[in-house]
Design a protein around this ligand. Structure first.
Ligand SMILES: Nc1ncnc2c1ncn2[C@@H]1O[C@H](COP(=O)(O)OP(=O)(O)O)[C@@H](O)[C@H]1O
Ligand SMILES: [Mg+2]
Length: 418
């Protein structure tokens, strides 16, 4: 057979760099993985939120209709964790109560269309089903997947769908269908939806009809303070071998993460990368210096990924704002000012400029990712109000990242200066 990946005869195993383990400082790496769901003993500072979700799901644990809810909060405030944790317990208790309970979790960051969400739900329910149904992987659309779902739900008393990161979802149709499933006679199973969003602003974008059916309850998860972050990290200290973390490390990580917005994910990520950095350097201990280096790296690379992954005109609009921020005193610019620079950038790139309204929308998208901020300001008397945009990141870094080729960047900057 023609094996595309040959296994070579290695003469001296010990001197092969792949045999050098460098993770000696870690004891249980998995505790620091983002998807890791800690046991209840390791969940800190979310008692109120946990009991609010318990209130929603308690009926479900008895095979009775649960409530729908929208869960809001910034990233890393424990929304996904708490939702999964309570749903899992509800399932265990329902089983003990002889209620037939099904549950599924979909992350719209990965399943960003109706079809993908519906497929994922149907396939998860199928795995919990006793019937021998096979849900196809391809070739059918959202409404067919829903048909599979509804028919499988007939076996169940209750079904909880956790739909995470709904702000990444193209349209609200799925949420609407799920939240109205039983009412619209699609299934006799009681369906409860926990819709999670990282963006409070997302609420404005939700369709009225979806709002009214999801809004039976609304939960807001607040950011963690530095002490809570310390506890969360302390509870995972055993990811490392004893004495590996220098005493200042956890407080330092917590302080950095609290400074942003009290993001537990970020805290865990920084701790993990600080550990990896130490391991890579062959250091026996993780120090505060490792923490700072890991933080700088994470911050820049995440932000650069966002820019690199965006469309050309979205980049040009952001570039225009960065350019103004760099050359002018002041940090807030009107859409009109930005648009004029944007047009010049398009010109020198040989691209047709989009309309001003469209550019405004692109700028709002950047605000949605927390790269920029925009607000209405009242102009002077008789001037009316207008929208102003502010860059929240370093202008130089934006300029570097948008035009990674030095020559292109030079050309554009030269043309703008004329
Ligand atoms: N209260 C907590 N106790 C322990 N770990 C937590 C807590 N809150 C969040 N985490 C951890 O932080 C990370 C991010 O939490 P997550 O629930 O995904 O946040 P969100 O969904 O709000 O963005 C996960 O690895 C999670 O296990
Ligand atoms: Mg989440």
């Amino acid at each position: 057979m023609n094996d595309p990946i040959p296994t070579p005869d290695i003469e001296d195993f010990d001197s092969d760099p792949l045999s050098q383990r460098n993770e000696d400082i870690f004891a249980r790496r998995e505790l620091l993985r983002v998807g890791h769901v800690p046991e209840s003993g390791r969940i800190v500072g979310r008692d109120q939120e946990i009991s609010a979700v318990e209130d929603l799901l308690r009926p479900a644990a008895f095979g009775e209709p649960p409530k729908n809810a929208i869960v809001y909060g910034k990233t890393g405030t424990g929304k996904s964790l708490v939702s999964k944790h309570v749903t899992g317990r509800a399932r265990a208790i329902a089983t003990r109560n002889n209620a037939k309970f099904g549950a599924a979790y979909v992350d719209c960051d990965q399943c960003d269309t109706q079809t993908r969400v519906a497929r994922s739900l149907a396939q998860q329910v199928q795995q919990q089903s006793s019937k021998n149904i096979s849900v196809p992987d391809i070739g059918i659309g959202a409404s067919e997947y829903f048909k599979y779902l509804w028919s499988m739900l007939e076996e169940l008393d209750v079904f909880i769908a956790i739909v995470d990161e709904i702000d990444k979802l193209g349209d609200d149709e799925v949420l609407f269908k799920l939240s109205r499933a039983e009412e619209s006679g699609k299934t006799s199973c009681y369906v409860g939806v926990l819709a999670i969003s990282n963006k409070i602003e997302y609420y404005e974008r939700l369709n009225e009809r979806v709002k009214s059916s999801l809004q039976e309850a609304e939960l807001v998860f607040h950011p963690y303070d530095a002490n809570q972050l310390i506890s969360i990290l302390e509870n995972r200290r055993d990811a490392f071998k004893p004495n590996v973390l220098q005493s200042g490390v956890i407080p330092r990580v917590a302080a950095l993460a609290a400074r942003e917005h009290g993001d537990a994910r970020k805290a865990i990520e920084i701790l993990y990368s600080a550990g990896e950095l130490a391991a890579k350097n062959g250091d026996a201990q993780v120090t505060e210096e490792h923490v700072d280096a890991a933080q700088d790296y994470a911050d820049v690379s995440r932000f650069q990924e966002l820019i690199r992954g965006s469309t050309p005109h979205s980049k040009y609009a952001l570039f225009a704002l960065a350019y103004l921020t760099k050359i002018r005193i002041g940090d807030a610019f009107s859409t009109g000012e930005i648009y004029r620079v944007y047009e010049q950038v398009c010109d020198s790139e040989g691209a047709d400029a989009l309309s001003r309204q469209r550019v405004l929308e692109l700028l709002k998208e950047w605000a949605f990712s927390d790269i920029t901020e925009n607000k209405y300001t009242g102009g002077g008397k008789g001037q009316g109000s207008y929208r102003e945009h502010t860059l929240l990141r370093e202008a130089d870094m934006v300029i570097e990242t948008v035009f990674e080729q030095a020559s292109t960047k030079r050309d554009i900057l030269a043309e703008l200066q004329e």
